[in-house]
Ligand binder design. Structure first.
Ligand code: NAD
Length: 333
């Protein structure tokens, strides 16, 4: 039997985790607030915590978790930049994640954002609902024959690259790890980042957030891009320097940007703030541009992805309860 404190819980989390079974072995304590050092005391009585992308599991938080008897941190996500893994190891806290649930979900959302941004479908939808059937300002460009640059060709980036080849785009990829058989099969070319930035008409980001990818797109990177480029970010918000992005948008150098993640999304994305004042001035500024399309971190949000996240998480919590090995590839420390 294992008691699990689940943080940043939304109704779909309860629904999918409970549907994954193991009622006799797992007792869920669902909390709607995020796990931080300030809330960590609420894990008392639980042997495991289950967290999502915007919980802040830094050293002070981990110290409290260890003190109250938590032994396992189960991420119901792929990215783990919000956990201090070194501190967790020192404190003897095991960290597990869901390494791959549905790369298709994120890849397909990326393509949806690109098509909507390029053809201004979000503007057209609102316009037509107000009986404005004018096409003024809605001109897009054919993807066919243009150049796409994929930064990070892992599970998600590789799928995006393959789908874009289906549009007959030329696809350039920057990734320190080269899979030459895959590139040959799909007619995709590996290049260095400066070449990708300079040549691409569309740039899509699919890297994990690491020291090397923090603010990968900064003033210098935006300046080096082809004028009129479209940028899509479904990876992590901090891969783009928002101040630099706003500067590039104001100058007209980039044609548009679609973001599923935002640098300071914690406490904003996933929440209904429609009756509040938005305190983030950079997010407020971004929302004023007609060529900025933002979704609130919903790339993962499909039935298949949620089922897989719940299935892997529950299987690992059962393994923890029964002291059997965790699923392969899920342990981070
Ligand atoms: P992955 O680990 O399969 O692929 C990441 C790729 O990035 C790897 O091929 C790696 O070699 C490459 N990489 C690492 N450092 C790099 C660098 N400095 N420059 C270029 N490439 C680099 O991960 P994935 O499953 O494809 O996920 C990618 C990212 O997408 C995740 O880390 C996560 O941040 C994000 N994500 C977002 C959502 C969402 O809902 N929007 C959902 C899942 C994942």
């Amino acid at each position: 039997m294992v008691v699990v404190a689940v943080y940043d819980t939304k109704p779909h989390d309860c629904q999918y985790l409970e549907a994954a079974g193991a009622h006799k072995e797992i007792i869920w304590h669902f909390f709607d607030f995020r796990l931080t050092a300030a809330t960590a005391i609420t894990a008392k009585g639980a042997q495991a915590v289950c967290i999502f992308v915007n919980d802040i599991v830094d050293r002070p938080c981990l110290e409290i978790l260890a003190q109250v008897g938590v032994e396992l941190i189960a991420l119901r996500a792929t990215g783990y930049n919000n956990i201090d893994l070194e501190a967790a190891k020192e404190l003897n806290l095991k960290v597990i994640r869901v390494p791959a649930y549905s790369p298709n979900a994120v890849a397909e959302h990326t393509i949806g954002l690109l098509l909507a941004l390029n053809r201004k479908i979000y503007l057209a939808y609102n316009r037509v609902r107000e009986l404005n059937f004018s096409l003024k300002g809605l001109i897009g460009f054919d993807l066919c024959g243009k150049i796409a640059g994929i930064v990070g060709a892992g599970r998600i980036g590789a799928l995006v690259a393959q789908i874009l080849r289906g549009f007959d785009m030329k696809v350039l990829v920057f990734d320190p790890v080269h899979n030459l058989d895959w590139a040959k099969k799909y007619g995709i070319e590996y290049v260095e980042l400066p070449v990708l930035l300079k040549e691409s008409d569309v740039i899509s980001l699919h890297v994990p957030l690491l020291p090397a990818t923090f603010h990968l797109l900064d003033d210098k990177a935006f300046d080096s891009m082809k004028p009129g480029v479209c940028i899509i970010n479904t990876s992590r918000g901090k891969v783009i320097n928002t101040t630099s992005l706003i500067k590039a948008l104001k100058s007209g150098h980039i044609r548009g940007v679609a973001l599923d993640t935002y640098e300071e999304e914690e406490g904003v994305f996933f929440e209904d703030l429609s009756d509040q004042i938005l305190l983030d001035d950079e997010l407020s500024r971004l929302l004023t541009f007609p060529n900025v399309l933002i979704t609130a971190h919903q790339g993962f949000f499909t039935h298949e992805a949620l089922s897989e996240i719940a299935k892997t998480t529950v299987a690992n919590l059962q393994a923890f309860s029964q002291k059997t090995p965790f699923l392969s590839g899920t342990v981070l420390n």
